[in-house]
Design a protein around this ligand. Structure first.
Ligand code: TRP
Length: 452
C-alpha cells in the first residue's frame, strides 16, 4: 500500500460519478434530510440548505478533490505530500477519520432499522391494512426491544466488513451503477403516490413555502451540517476519492454533477415524505423516526404495499451500504497504515471498535440502560450526530479551505482546478472566490453563531 506505487484511478467518468454519488447518496438524503428539515422549520431550512450546497458545498468538494488529486495519498497523507514542511495540517485528515468513525456508530443503527423493515415488510404492511398495527407503536416497540435492533446492527456491520474484506471496486461499484438509478425510479413512483394522498398540499406547502422568520443561527448550523453530511464533506472521504481521479477530468464540473444528483434525491425524499406526514397527521419535527413511521402508511395504501415496502427498504439498505463502505474504508486504511496491520486484521479491529460505541448508541434509543445516559444534555445518539455533523465536519471543511485558499496548499489548488492552467471558466472563477473569501468567513460565522 505504498504511496509511491502507481495509484489506481477510476475507469471512466461514469465510474467516478457513480462512486462519488454512491458515497454521497445515502441515509443522509432519505432519512436525515427530511427530519432535519421538519425540525428546523420546513421551507426556510430548504432555502438555506440549497444556498449552502451552492456557495459552500461545491467549493469544499472541489477543495477535497484537489487535495487528493495533487497529494495522491490518503486523507491525512495528502496534506503531508502537499506541504511537507508543515506536517501539522495532517491533523485535519485525522479529525476526518474520527468524525467518520462517529458517523458509523449511528449510521449502523439506522441501517439496522432499515433491515428490520425490509425483512418484516409483509407483517408490518398487512398489520397496518387490517388496523392491528399502528406504525408509530411498531417503531417505538421495535427500537425499545432489548436485542432486535442490535442484532440487525451486527448484521449490517458484518455485511459492510465482508465487502471491505473483498475489495470495493468490482462488487460495489458495479452494483451501485444499477441500484442507484433503480432507487431513483422508485423514489419518483413513491412521490407520485404520496402526492395523490388527501391533504398532500399541506405537505408541499411546508416543504416549499418559506417562513423567513424561522431562519436563525441554529437553522444555519443545522443546514450547514446537513449539507456537509449529505455531500460526504469535511472529513477527507472525498480527498481519498480525489486521489483516484484522472488528471484530465474537470474537478469543478464533477463536483457540480455529484452535488446536483445528491440534492435532487434529497428534495425528492422531501416530496415523498411530507405529503404523507401531513396526510397521516405525523409530527414533522419527530426526528430520526420520521421515515420509519410515515412511509409504511403510504405503502399500506398501495396495491402490493408490502412488496413496495420491501423493495424500498432494500434500496435504502443499498444506499446506506455504499456510504458505509466509504466510511469504513477510510478508517481501515488509516488503521492498517498507522498500526502496520494487514487489511483483514484492520477491518476486524475497525468494525469491533465501531460496535463498542455503536451498540450503546442503538440501545440509547430504547428504554434500556443507555436511554438515560447523557453528556452535555444529549443522549448518545444525538451526541455522536452533534459532534460529527455540527462540530467536526464544519471545522474540517473550514481548515481545508483555509489550507488551499491561504495556506501551503495554494499552488496545488490552483493547478488542480484549472488542470495546470488549461481550463478557464466563470464556474472556476466562482469556486476560486468562494474558497478563498466566502467559504472561510461564512463557515466560521455559522459555526460560532450556531454553537452559541
Ligand atoms: N453522505 C452520506 C449520506 O448522505 C454519508 C457519508 C458517507 C458521509 N461517507 C461520508 C458523510 C463521509 C460524511 C463523510 O448518507
Amino acid at each position: 500500500m505504498s504511496d509511491n506505487q502507481q495509484r489506481e484511478s477510476f475507469g471512466s467518468k461514469l465510474g467516478l460519478i457513480a462512486a462519488a454519488a454512491g458515497s454521497a447518496v445515502g441515509l443522509g438524503n432519505i432519512w436525515r434530510f427530511p427530519y432535519e428539515l421538519g425540525s428546523y422549520g420546513g421551507a426556510a431550512f430548504l432555502i438555506v440548505y440549497l444556498a449552502f450546497i451552492f456557495v459552500l458545498g461545491i467549493p469544499v468538494m472541489v477543495t477535497e478533490f484537489s487535495i487528493g488529486r495533487h497529494g495522491q495519498a490518503n486523507a491525512s497523507g495528502s496534506f503531508i505530500k502537499i506541504a511537507p514542511k508543515s506536517p501539522q495540517w495532517s491533523v485535519v485528515g485525522f479529525m476526518g477519520i474520527l468524525s467518520s468513525f462517529m458517523i458509523m456508530t449511528f449510521y449502523s443503527t439506522i441501517a439496522g432499522w432499515t433491515l428490520e423493515y425490509m425483512f418484516n415488510s409483509h407483517g408490518l404492511v398487512a398489520g397496518i391494512m387490517s388496523g392491528e398495527v399502528n406504525s408509530g407503536d411498531y417503531f417505538t416497540n421495535f427500537v425499545a426491544h432489548p436485542w432486535h435492533p442490535v442484532a440487525w446492527q451486527l448484521a449490517f456491520m458484518a455485511i459492510t466488513a465482508f465487502v471491505i474484506l473483498n475489495g470495493v471496486s468490482k462488487g460495489i461499484e458495479a452494483s451501485s451503477k444499477i441500484l442507484m438509478p433503480l432507487l431513483f425510479v422508485l423514489i419518483i413512483v413513491i412521490c407520485v403516490r404520496s402526492l395523490m394522498l388527501d391533504g398532500a398540499s399541506a405537505g408541499l406547502e411546508f416543504l416549499f413555502k418559506p417562513d423567513f422568520s424561522k431562519i436563525d443561527a441554529s437553522v444555519g448550523l443545522a443546514a450547514l451540517g446537513q449539507a456537509f453530511f449529505s455531500l460526504s464533506l469535511g472529513m477527507g472521504a472525498l480527498i481519498t476519492y480525489g486521489s483516484y481521479i484522472n488528471k484530465q477530468e474537470n474537478l469543478v464540473n464533477t463536483a457540480f454533477q455529484v452535488s446536483v444528483a445528491d440534492t435532487v434525491v434529497a428534495v425528492l425524499a422531501g416530496v415523498m415524505i411530507f405529503p404523507a406526514v401531513f396526510a397521516f397527521g405525523v409530527e414533522p419535527g419527530s426526528g430520526p423516526s420520521l421515515v420509519y413511521i410515515t412511509l409504511p402508511n403510504i405503502f399500506a395504501e398501495m396495491a402490493l404495499g408490502w412488496l413496495w415496502c420491501l423493495v424500498f427498504f432494500l434500496l435504502l439498505t443499498v444506499a446506506a451500504l455504499t456510504s458505509m463502505i466509504s466510511l469504513l474504508e477510510a478508517n481501515v486504511v488509516y488503521i492498517a497504515e498507522k498500526f502496520k496491520m494487514n487489511r483483514t486484521v484492520a477491518t476486524i479491529v475497525g468494525s469491533l471498535a465501531v460496535l463498542v460505541i455503536g451498540v450503546p448508541v442503538t440501545l440509547s434509543q430504547g428504554s434500556g440502560a443507555w436511554a438515560e445516559f447523557q453528556i452535555f444534555g444529549l443522549g448518545l445518539f444525538d451526541l455522536m450526530d452533534f459532534l460529527s455533523a455540527k462540530i467536526l465536519m464544519p471545522l474540517g471543511g473550514l481548515l481545508a479551505v483555509v489550507f488551499v485558499g491561504w495556506g501551503p496548499g495554494k499552488n496545488a489548488f490552483e493547478l488542480e482546478i484549472s488542470n495546470e492552467g488549461t481550463l478557464k471558466s466563470s464556474a472556476i472563477q466562482f469556486v476560486r472566490a468562494m474558497v478563498k473569501y466566502v467559504a472561510p468567513a461564512l463557515i466560521a460565522v455559522i459555526f460560532v453563531a450556531g454553537l452559541m
